[in-house]
Design a protein around this ligand. Sequence first.
Ligand code: HH2
Length: 261
Amino acid sequence: MKPKLMGVVNVTPDSFSDGGMYLDPEAAVAHGRELVAQGAEILDVGGESTRPGAAEVSEEEELRRVLPVVEGLAGVATVSVDTSKLGVAEAALDAGASIVNDVTAMRRDPEIGGLCAERGVGLVLMHMLGDPRTMQVDPHYDDVVDEVKAFLAERLEVAVAAGVDEERIWLDPGIGFGKALEHNLELLRRLGELRSLGRPLVIGTSRKSFLGKIDDSPVDRRMGGTIASSVLAAAEGADVLRVHDVAEVAQALKLAAAILS
Ligand code: HH2
């Protein structure tokens, strides 16, 4: 049980938990460096919020936000760019990113597959029901785990057909993306069932609203829920944990690993 930690670097005015904190490129780069010192192996740089109800930002604005930060962090750690736009992904790879984290799993811009294939870089494919504007409006599944698994298997096939090296593809059930509380809990409880997809699993529970539904905690008081869900996900086989609070999650994982060893 030794998942990699992917530290979140949000260069946005409106991210749900840290919007506006790292809009200045220097502040974002300093934050990324700090997350690496705390144990992050990957830094996920994003310039567009995907919180429920978020509006899309223009490509020009997204580029303006993320490029200087990707450039500043490229020598510091492995950098992934959290984008669904082909143009942003391409420019971020030019600036030193080596993973594209696409929360639409190439449904917004299918050419992202070809880009990752040509550049020989990593690709994260995430499940989302609907889009950020609509995804939390009464999401419904007959069996959330089976449906998410079938979706990820299909997107994996599409990416491989586009030429992406299968070894470079990671899959993510998209905690909080078009899921009610019980869907998120069931995905975490039955995470082991996604292992048969044969690819590393990325899990992002950090500070998300389903944690607040358990105890009415506001977004700035969800550290305990973030840690518990991250450790349990790791125990169920998550390979990459996408978190804001790297130091605390790293400490919890070390303790869990020591107990279980
Ligand atoms: N969650 C968020 C954004 N990107 N990418 C992956 N692969 N998995 C996730 O669970 C995931 C993600 C949402 O978190 P955050 O970036 O903190 O918020 P916002 O979208 O408001 O910027």
